[in-house]
Ligand binder design. Structure first.
Ligand SMILES: NC(=O)C1=CN([C@@H]2O[C@H](COP(=O)(O)OP(=O)(O)OC[C@H]3O[C@@H](n4cnc5c(N)ncnc54)[C@H](OP(=O)(O)O)[C@@H]3O)[C@@H](O)[C@H]2O)C=CC1
Ligand SMILES: CC(C)CCC[C@@H](C)[C@H]1CC=C2C3=C(CC[C@@]21C)[C@@]1(C)CC[C@H](O)C(C)(C)[C@@H]1CC3
Length: 418
């Protein structure tokens, strides 16, 4: 990888040029997908069905709705938590504290939305506001990332992320300079990673389901499946919220445009693509096929959850009876690497499970269009790239022990394939 200075981490994402391209490409792709999903041909590749004018994109109501949503989620974040967890050790040997109340936020949001709907709130109408909402969110993310960048210029060196302080403003704006920007105990990155975007995603899905019921009398089986699978995924993420403290996003990456836009805009507006597609392109799904797709999702979830829980349990307490019998490799840091169980099958079994679920989320949309398979394609690219980034970081952390692990477990994500 390219480097800027001897003490600077290698540049990722193709350096400043790659970062600049992504700052433009990610929002453009998101708008293309939203437009394509509601168009007749629903083409993934090729030009967008039409170019929307500013009057279609900009709506002060959409901005107000977004700010209310962010305010609500921030208020729920600040409510008393059942537990306060400590993050990983920082450069200055301190550990930050994080409230574990994400699942509570999901349940309270569901209650509020349920009350609103029973009082006549037209939730289905949200499906017609996706374009202006995505536009308002994108603008907000640009302003938010700019503020974070300016704020990071005043932060001490010990508060900076290992990768986002190259000195190139565009690269650092994209990757994020400050590791854990906070106001008091309010942690912006942790908040963004799990709350407004993930809960917003299932809310958009629900709005699309309700709109379908309004249009066709009842939601289709395909729409139920997509809603159910993705609700399980989001509920799982919030139930196991503490595990996010050990992900590369929290430990390694700063909060810049990549995570701000990724968490707040990309996740809700592109991860809901299958439900968007189904609203405009109804699919008839027979029960046996639906059961088969549920089976695929269950296998994916079983691998994803099994692998993530095994590693999290092992990292918390290696002598826990559920992991104590597993073979390990000692490392110079004092930590061990699992080399049997899920982590002895491939080096990223959790990615494999996640990819199998991604397939199950697209299958209810049939095979007539490529568009609903966008998530599967994008996610494969994201995880292959993420795996390479993690590999680099593990090689730095564990050196020879990591090389031995790679020899003993030669496949990265898919056994005997990759
Ligand atoms: N839906 C989405 O858009 C996305 C979902 N994800 C999902 O998030 C989850 C977390 O992913 P991510 O943070 O990338 O990575 P992982 O949860 O796979 O974590 C990687 C870390 O695990 C530790 N590790 C690796 N191998 C071993 C081993 N053999 N034994 C013990 N510890 C090991 C290392 O850290 P250490 O040794 O320091 O503990 C390594 O850095 C995954 O399930 C992924 O699929 C991720 C990105 C996007
Ligand atoms: C598209 C850009 C180049 C990059 C944006 C990436 C982000 C959208 C993702 C980076 C890591 C993520 C994680 C999840 C959602 C997507 C982003 C933010 C996650 C919260 C999904 C639910 C999982 O259970 C998880 C393990 C908690 C995930 C953590 C990583």
């Amino acid at each position: 990888a390219e480097t800027m200075a001897a003490d600077q981490a290698p540049l990722e994402f193709g350096g400043p040029l790659g970062a600049a391209a992504l700052v433009l490409l990610l929002p453009t792709t998101m708008f293309h997908l939203i437009l394509a999903a509601s168009s007749g041909p629903a083409r993934l590749l090729g030009p967008p069905p039409y170019l929307p004018g500013l009057e279609e994109l900009w709506s002060p109501w959409a901005l107000l709705l977004l700010l209310t949503w962010l305010g609500l989620q921030a208020a729920l974040y600040l409510l008393p938590a059942r537990k306060v967890a400590e993050g990983m050790e920082l450069k200055d040997k301190n550990r930050l504290r994080y409230p574990i109340n994400g699942f509570q936020a999901l349940v309270l949001t569901a209650l509020l939305v349920g009350l609103g709907v029973s009082a006549g709130l037209p939730l289905g109408a949200l499906s017609k506001m996706l374009l202006p909402l995505a536009f308002a969110t994108t603008l907000t993310c640009f302003i938010f990332s700019l503020l974070l960048y300016v704020r990071s210029l005043l932060a001490p060196a010990s508060a900076l992320a290992p990768g986002g302080n190259s000195g190139n403003p565009i690269y650092d704006f994209f990757l994020g300079r400050e590791l854990n920007p906070r106001i008091g105990s309010f942690d912006f990155k942790y908040f963004c990673e799990l709350r407004p975007g993930l809960i917003g995603w299932v809310l958009i899905n629900l709005a699309l389901l309700m709109q379908e019921a309004e249009l066709r009398g009842t939601p289709s089986l395909a729409m139920w499946l997509v809603n159910g699978f993705q609700l399980l995924y989001v509920g799982d993420a919030l139930w196991y919220e503490e595990a996010v403290l050990t992900t590369m996003d929290i430990i390694h990456d700063g909060l810049g445009f990549m995570l701000a836009f990724g968490d707040l805009a990309w996740v809700p507006f592109t991860y809901s693509l299958q439900a968007q597609f189904l609203l405009y392109h109804p699919q008839s799904l027979e029960l046996p096929m639906a059961l088969f797709i549920c089976f695929i999702n269950a296998i994916g979830y079983y691998i994803f959850r099994g692998a993530n829980s095994q590693k999290n349990t092992f990292r918390k307490n290696p002598s826990d009876p559920s992991v104590a019998g597993l073979a390990t490799i000692p490392t110079a840091t004092g930590r061990q690497l699992l080399v049997s169980g899920w982590w002895g099958m491939v080096r990223h079994p959790n990615y494999l499970g996640d990819l199998i679920m991604a397939l199950a989320w697209s299958l209810p949309c049939g095979v007539s269009h490529l568009l609903p398979y966008f998530y599967l394609l994008y996610f494969t690219a994201l995880l292959v790239h993420r795996e390479a980034r993690d590999e680099q970081q593990c090689l730095q952390k564990y050196g020879r022990a990591w090389k031995e692990y790679c020899q003993r477990v030669p496949y990265r994500i898919v056994p005997y394939v990759y």
